[in-house]
Design a protein around this ligand. Sequence first.
Ligand SMILES: Nc1ncnc2c1ncn2[C@@H]1O[C@H](COP(=O)(O)OP(=O)(O)OP(=O)(O)O)[C@@H](O)[C@H]1O
Ligand SMILES: [Mg+2]
Length: 561
Amino acid sequence: MSPSEKVNILLVDDQPAKLMSYEVILSELGENLIKANSATEALHHLLRHEFAVVLIDVVMPDLDGFELAAMIREHPRCRRVAIIFVSAIQLSEPDFLRGYEAGAVDYVPVPVVPKLLRAKVRVFADLYRKTRQLEQLNAELERRVEERTAELAQANAELEQRVEERTHERELALAQVHEMQKLESLGQLTGGVAHDFNNLLMVILGNLQLLRKRLPDDSRLLRLVDGAMQGADRGATLTKRMLAFARRQALRPETVDVTKLVQGMEEMLRRTLGPSIEIITAYRPELPAICIDPNQLELALLNLALNARDAMPQGGRLVIGGRYVASTADYPKELAAGRYVCMTVSDTGAGMDEPTLKRAAEPFFTTKGAGKGTGLGLSMVHGVAAQSGGLMRMTSMIGEGTTVELWLPVSEAVPATDLLQPAVSVAGGARSYRVLVVDDDPLVVASTAAMLEDVGHVALEAPSAARALDMLRHGTSVDVVVTDHAMPGMTGAELARHIKQTWPNLPVILATGYAELPNTEDPGLPRLSKPYLQEELAAQVAKVVADPATNVISFDSVRRA
Ligand SMILES: Nc1ncnc2c1ncn2[C@@H]1O[C@H](COP(=O)(O)OP(=O)(O)OP(=O)(O)O)[C@@H](O)[C@H]1O
Ligand SMILES: [Mg+2]
């Protein structure tokens, strides 16, 4: 109620003349005046409107003023109304008291003094208005306090939720760091073991190969040697996977057209997966080329396809897809800035439950039983993707299937027209070269030397890079150097740099399966990946010596330098 709002005033008297006179007196107040000729009519009005003041004649025929006042007071809505009695007769003390008990607040004697009546009514009307205003203010205040309390409660709840979220994020991040540290140390361990094993396999394979050549033509003996060689080969595949997981694989990234690469694999995949598995390829058009080692990508896809096959013993569908994801908002947040292609390999197989999915990419984790799975398949895929600057992630649902995503960096170079390396024929026989073999492992040196000599080259041996440089400085004539990379003192890559400075035309082949040397070190440096077969060694020697970019140096030039 505003300060200027009118209030209702009820005038009750059975004599119309008196009612009129009250009306005239009070009209000056500017309030709403409502008249009632009887108590009944008054009650009628009281039920319909709210009144600030009721002016009642004490003596009325139907109900006397006191009774009417008592009835008014009984009604909850009228408890606050001010009741003023107008009395023409002389009232005694007990009458007054009766009136006050019935709820009167004041008396006005007749004859009415207009000024007095006006003053009294004005006071009560104003009091009523002020009370209402106060009540309204109070209600407003309460509403505001309530609002503020609600706001505070909400802010508090939000704060609590944020604290909870933060704590959860922190816990997740810590768990991730822990997981990464665990994988990192596992990687280092695996990488180290694989590196040593590679050297051993190198020796076993090299010697077996030479042994096979020198065996008498006895098929039983040959079978035994072949068995041993197959075993060593399997070992080599294993160490490759371990190195891939440890991200220590010597990668040779190229610009790769994914569509072509998968096309090239389709026939092999069909044979490997069998007729019960349908293979579908689905690419978005204009898929940009990616930058990755194509052999490793093939191996990774093969590993994924084999996992899919194992998950679909009754057959099913394998979908290999690729799409370019333009919006970086859709990238996994772990990816570095750049453009990426997302390759997917999905199957309709058994799927994985939550704990299996969580551990699937852990090295040596397998559900396939001892002797069946190595648990290195996904580790290899994960390692290759990460080492290539991308990542692998998986989603799976029990009974529905599994999807593996490989996010791989887009190559900024022009796509290679042909991914296949030009075949290099196995050399040997044609020309004999002097090959300096450098390796800190005497068994590796011996077996490599034996392989070289077997194809007609002359092998010179050095147990360290320093010794190799010594030999060259002292005029040992050499056509090509084959060196290990990880050696105490000076690494193979450092040796190659020294040689390039002093004898720029002497070709160096880096033999390593272990990529401690950054892939950026010297991309032009010819490499041999350990363990290598005799054919690969001979072919690489023939290739680098024949390559016009690395002119063969004459014995004299070595001597002069
Ligand atoms: N497509 C898939 N569907 C269901 N489970 C899968 C799938 N791929 C992987 N897994 C689960 O993850 C585990 C680890 O896979 P990973 O390829 O690393 O090793 P593996 O397949 O067991 O052994 P290997 O690769 O040497 O044959 C599997 O044993 C299997 O439980
Ligand atoms: Mg596997």
